[in-house]
Design a binder for this molecule. Sequence first.
Ligand SMILES: NC(=O)c1ccc[n+]([C@@H]2O[C@H](COP(=O)([O-])OP(=O)(O)OC[C@H]3O[C@@H](n4cnc5c(N)ncnc54)[C@H](O)[C@@H]3O)[C@@H](O)[C@H]2O)c1
Length: 357
Amino acid sequence: MASHTGAGRPLRLGLIGSGRIGAVHAASLAAHPGVDFAWVADPFIESARGLAAMYGATATESVEQVLEDRSVDGVILCSPTPTHVDLILAAAERDVAVLCEKPVDLDLERARSCQRAVAGAARPIMIGFNRRFDPSFAAVRRRVDAGEIGRLEQLAITCRDPEPAPEAYIRTSGGIFRDMTIHDFDMARFFLPDIVQVSAHGSNLFNGYIRDAGDYDSAVVVLIGAGGEQVTITNSRHSAYGYDQRLEAFGAGGMLSAENFRPTSVRSYSSAGTEQADAYEPFFLERYAAAYRAELEHFLRCIREDESATPGIGDGVAALELAEAAAHSAVTGRTVAVGGAAAVGPAAATRATESRG
Ligand SMILES: NC(=O)c1ccc[n+]([C@@H]2O[C@H](COP(=O)([O-])OP(=O)(O)OC[C@H]3O[C@@H](n4cnc5c(N)ncnc54)[C@H](O)[C@@H]3O)[C@@H](O)[C@H]2O)c1
């Protein structure tokens, strides 16, 4: 770790993994005036070289080389999910700050053991639940907290991908709940940190290779908060009209809703139809561009101020606990009770227990 992180000095950061999401973070790192974008590490060296060359960073096949560079303040982990735990541990051991992409791992026990291992980490460890930083979702949360709709009673989260991920990805994804709904579980916890009950239904409505992989292409989840609040999550792996990302918070005093984004606000009115608008943003790169930038800003602030980061690894574990419970519920048809305080520490990361749904 660098010896000081004074506000005057740019923070030296490395990117680990230069695939789809790596390219998004690379662009944000390069554009940030407070960042010295030093390294891109990827065993697929051609990919690392391509990205490093675009932004004047140094490419390497070796993550070790980045972590051994004592001038590096932090790394962003954008490598495949099964590498996350080992890389979090390796970075924490060297006092390097981490922003790790979701999920922490596909295995809940492994994620919990990582959480325990880094409990005393000297530098911030943050999990890439970028949607907390989406300006619209964050504004809804702020306004709910300010009491604008009274007590939050119901939260409705809609998340539909434009089209299914490729078959090879689906086979290693860990299933819809751990891979896709994990963002929505975190969004639910952003509003209601203590979830006590999970019931989930999965269906195979349109895609053969997802069914053959033992996964679902469509899912509905109901979560119950500690105060009886209701959260509904609707997921589909396809959407004919683009990336569908919406949220509604409802209470006695009214409702706050965050709608989909379009590239422009232009609408056309003609004999063929009225109020025809652009299609929605195609996928996460476009829809959450501002959120990824705000997420990076937060990570940098945590490094500078030496603060623990939120969402942290406890939030990553808590979302995974909900994913595990949902997968169990979808198979058994039962409602699953979960420990509402799982995020606050390893001791509170309780077992999921079954009850009749
Ligand atoms: N927050 C989000 O919106 C979001 C979006 C997409 C993906 N993700 C997450 O990001 C991670 C990466 O996803 P992706 O779609 O970019 O994958 P990808 O396959 O496009 O890229 C992964 C890259 O990591 C490299 N890699 C493999 N092993 C490595 C190692 N040990 N060290 C360094 N690099 C290694 C690969 O060569 C590849 O270039 C996954 O955990 C995924 O769940 C998050």
